[in-house]
Design a protein around this ligand. Structure first.
Ligand code: CU
Length: 315
């Protein structure tokens, strides 16, 4: 009986994880919410047939759904790669998402060194950009794109830059940071398994910034990386410039679906004064309850649980 109860708890746990990753799938989908709901409704079997790979957070795999991220040899100072398609040939056609066909994001494994750049596509399918790898270390490079005719994907690959590296400890969680003379504050806390609003507010010299410039189709672009495996979450802005309700600052709100408890590093790109600035925060999602309180996946002991299983008689 004890075994059966534990197995049941395990199954409930799987469902909970599944629900959370499913939410991430929606979060990284750049389609409007209505279309996302349509997609979800149209592909229910993908979730019921155990296709967990489809619903992992982005960036954990170098190859997914037939598409593979392939770094290429490049001259010094340049970073080059291509995406091999299901037929093995380089993909040359991409949809525009967040104003670009390709978003290349890099960060070191210790979550330092974040850069978000936009490579140029050659007709043969090679993407090139001035290297965003700003120094030695073990880097993770993420290609965030939508192949024409396919679904949005984020593939990730490790890239080593030789040299002496000093690992940096993850900065402590904070609700305020400064970058390029701007102060950015964070309100809200991500909760695993549910959509959580995060509001970032920008000021300079004590004055709220109310003339943020659109960047990548919004007044800010937020990426979250999970500590430990660098799972990549592309967090959606709540509202777009020109929709009649979204103001150009000082506050920009995002909707985050985090797949698990744990530490995340948030990177907010915003544009002001003709330049893109990146504010970084460490946040802790869903701090685990302390002590030995039962987790939600463990059914509370009750008389009924021990006796109410007709059809499984064992005496
Ligand atoms: Cu981008």
């Amino acid at each position: 009986m004890r075994t059966v109860t534990k197995l049941a708890g395990f199954a409930v746990g799987l469902v909970a994880v599944f629900g959370a990753t499913y939410g991430v799938g929606r979060a990284v989908d750049p389609a409007p919410a209505a279309e996302s709901r349509h997609d979800d409704a149209a592909t229910p079997t993908a979730d019921e047939s155990g296709g967990t790979a489809d619903r992992l957070p982005g960036g954990l795999l170098v190859s997914e759904r037939g598409y593979t991220l392939e770094p290429l040899d490049a001259p010094a100072g340049e970073f080059a790669f291509r995406i091999a398609g299901p037929d093995g040939r380089p993909v040359t056609r991409y949809d525009v998402a967040h104003d670009k066909q390709m978003h290349l994001i890099v960060a070191r494994r210790d979550l330092s060194g974040f850069r978000h750049v936009h490579p140029e596509l050659s007709p043969d399918g090679t993407w090139r950009v001035g290297t965003p790898l700003t120094g030695p270390g073990q880097w993770r490079a993420f290609a965030d794109f939508t192949p024409t005719g396919g679904e949005p994907l984020t593939l990730g690959v490790d890239v080593a830059v030789p040299g002496e590296l000093t690992e940096r400890p993850l900065p402590a969680p904070a609700t305020s940071t400064t970058v390029d003379g701007y102060t950015v504050t964070l309100a809200g806390a991500p909760q695993p398994g549910r959509t959580s609003p995060l509001t970032l507010t920008v000021s300079r010299d004590g004055q709220p910034v109310t003339d943020l410039e659109p960047y990548l189709g919004a007044y800010g672009h937020l990426v979250a990386l999970r500590r430990g495996d660098l799972a990549y979450l592309h967090v959606h802005p709540d509202g777009t410039p020109g929709d009649g309700r979204t103001q150009p600052g000082p506050a920009v709100t995002f909707l985050a679906d985090v797949p698990s408890a744990g530490s995340y590093r948030l990177y907010l790109d915003f544009r002001h004064g003709g330049r893109v600035h990146t504010a970084e925060f460490t946040v802790v999602a869903g701090a685990a309850p302390t002590g030995d309180a039962p987790t939600p996946s463990e059914p509370a002991p009750s008389g009924g649980a021990d006796h109410g299983t007709p059809g499984h008689g064992h005496n």
